[in-house]
Design a protein around this ligand. Structure first.
Ligand SMILES: [Zn+2]
Length: 82
């Protein structure tokens, strides 16, 4: 009786393993870059006297900036008093 799902040839398995390795390396590189950007962004915010809030509820493209009891999204400009 034939199997319902054909087995993949070894070559395909090697290509899949290589693709997974490449994705893993890419994720590691992106995570490192994200950590660097987060550290730099937080330092810039501290020096500017601004606090970084949560994601903008209007556009979701940026975290809001909080200063002088006002929240403002640098991406869409949405702002409100707190
Ligand atoms: Zn926004």
């Amino acid at each position: 009786m034939k199997r319902a799902t054909p087995t993949r040839p070894p070559r395909d398995n090697r290509e899949t393993a290589a693709a997974i390795d490449a994705l893993g390396a890419r994720v590691t590189r992106l995570e490192r870059e994200q950590r660097l950007l987060r550290t730099t962004t937080c330092a810039i915010a501290r020096e500017a006297g601004v606090t970084i809030g949560g994601p903008c509820s209007r556009c979701g493209r940026s975290y809001v900036l909080v200063a002088s009891n006002t929240m403002r999204c640098p991406a869409c400009g949405d702002g409100r008093s707190m």
